[in-house]
Design a protein around this ligand. Structure first.
Ligand code: CMC
Length: 386
């Protein structure tokens, strides 16, 4: 291209392929999702967060022994060093939870055991397990501190989701509640080249270490157009307050050109299959839960019905994974401030797997921007400027 020709600029890199992958496939038009070839529906029904993390990282489902070893490894990494506990305690009162998480994850190398590995691949997989386990432990600790408690160490006989709730509350959770959290984590574990995964890969493509790359991913996840949407969707449901206000609220928001958080997606132009699974839980939690959860659920279902009728088929704006999370997490007992950190914990296997895959054939990511400012402006010395 000649130097003075205007290039085609693809804002937001929409529709641009930058690499090949065997980790995840999203079919945005049919509303389908696969991790390593397994449909999200079959994994949500049959698998667990630990198994899916192994699948995403190693490329195949583990046998019983490998799963047990991997689960124990993740849980042992959830047990936090006193230095990390101190750091999280120090930062928590004055920072947003995603900022605490970002700072704690960037400090992990200070607390990592110096081990000798057989190969670089083995080292990277171990670091990935460490990062996943540590983020889960840090999120649980943040929940514990928020409730005014002291650190609770994980229980080796429990899985990751059970331990997150155990470390937050000091009580072994009911199976039904822990299973719900487990499925929520599994549904968030991976989603191709979303903003946070891309950010992870961009940082890692410079051959920065995995801790730096994952920290970059956490930074990108924080925003309300990405991982922060679940919190904002709950804020909206709380602002609606009464289910009978739902339709009026949505109508006015759309008339005012406001975005309804938890709807729309850059890739899905059909109903997000993860949202379908989460919606199926709403029926489960509607009975026998607190009045708050029942109200949130009723609002969520009425908002969804209206949005789907208004914008689904006509504009391709459907509920995404973040819309129904609020009522479900509230039922589980997760405070709003932990929604996005929990998303980070859940997405960490995906970030690590993409980083490891990309490094197998690394190429520095360095796109171009088209300069459209002035050139060769005469330099005016400081004392002659107005
Ligand atoms: N509510 C109302 N209108 C919307 C919404 C929404 N949530 N999302 C998109 N639109 C409209 C938008 O106003 C625009 O309308 P028009 O053509 O009249 O100007 C049209 O749809 C296209 O919008 P866009 O911004 O070009 O679409 P996009 O594909 O770039 O947007 C998105 C993707 C996720 C940024 C956007 O849908 C959005 O802001 N959604 C709300 C935030 C959200 O839920 N984010 C979580 C995404 S899924 C989980 C994750 O990856 O973290």
């Amino acid at each position: 291209m000649a130097d003075n020709a205007t290039p085609t600029i693809i804002k937001g890199l929409e529709g641009v392929y930058f690499t090949e992958t065997k980790i995840c496939k999203v079919d945005g038009f049919k509303g389908r999702l696969w991790y390593r070839g397994y449909s999200i529906e079959s994994l949500a029904k049959n698998s667990s967060f630990e198994e899916v993390s192994y699948l995403i990282l190693y490329g195949s489902l583990p046998n019983a022994e490998a799963l047990s070893v991997f689960t124990k490894k993740l849980v042992s990494y959830m047990n936090l060093d006193s230095g990390i506990i101190g750091l999280v305690k120090m930062l928590s009162p004055n920072m947003l939870s995603m900022d605490v998480l970002r700072s704690a994850v960037s400090s992990l190398p200070a607390f990592a055991d110096k081990k000798v590995y057989q190969s670089e691949a083995e080292e990277k997989l171990e670091e990935s397990a460490e990062i996943i386990g540590r983020i889960c432990g840090i999120v649980a600790l943040m929940g514990r501190l928020k409730a005014g408690g002291e650190y609770v160490a994980p229980d080796q006989s429990l899985g990751v989701a059970q331990n997150i709730l155990y470390m937050m509350t000091g009580k072994i959770p009911e199976d039904k509640v822990a299973k719900m959290l487990d499925v929520m984590m599994l549904l968030h574990a991976e989603h191709s080249s979303n903003a946070s995964t891309f950010c992870t890969i961009v940082a890692g493509s410079t051959l920065a270490d995995i801790y730096s790359a994952i920290t970059a991913g956490i930074c990108a996840l924080k925003g309300p157009l990405h991982g922060g949407a679940d919190e904002k969707a709950l804020d909206m449901m709380r602002a609606i307050g009464n289910p009978d206000n739902t339709e009026k609220y949505i109508e006015e928001a759309l008339d005012g050109k406001k975005r309804i958080m938890g709807f729309g997606h850059r890739v899905y132009k059909a109903y997000d299959p993860r949202a379908k699974v989460i919606k199926s839980y709403l029926e489960d939690i509607q009975n026998g839960s607190t009045m708050e959860v029942q109200t949130l659920t009723a609002i969520a279902l009425r908002a969804e019905k209206m949005m789907v009728e208004k914008l689904g088929e006509t504009k391709g704006i459907w509920p995404n994974v973040d819309f129904f999370s609020g009522p479900v997490y509230t039922y589980i007992g997760i405070p709003k401030e932990l929604f996005t950190p929990l998303f980070a914990a859940s997405r960490s296997p995906g970030w690590c797997a993409h980083m490891l895959e990309y490094w197998q054939d690394n190429r520095l990511i360095r796109p171009l921007d088209y300069y459209n400012g002035q050139l060769d402006i005469p330099y005016v010395p400081l004392d002659q400027r107005k």
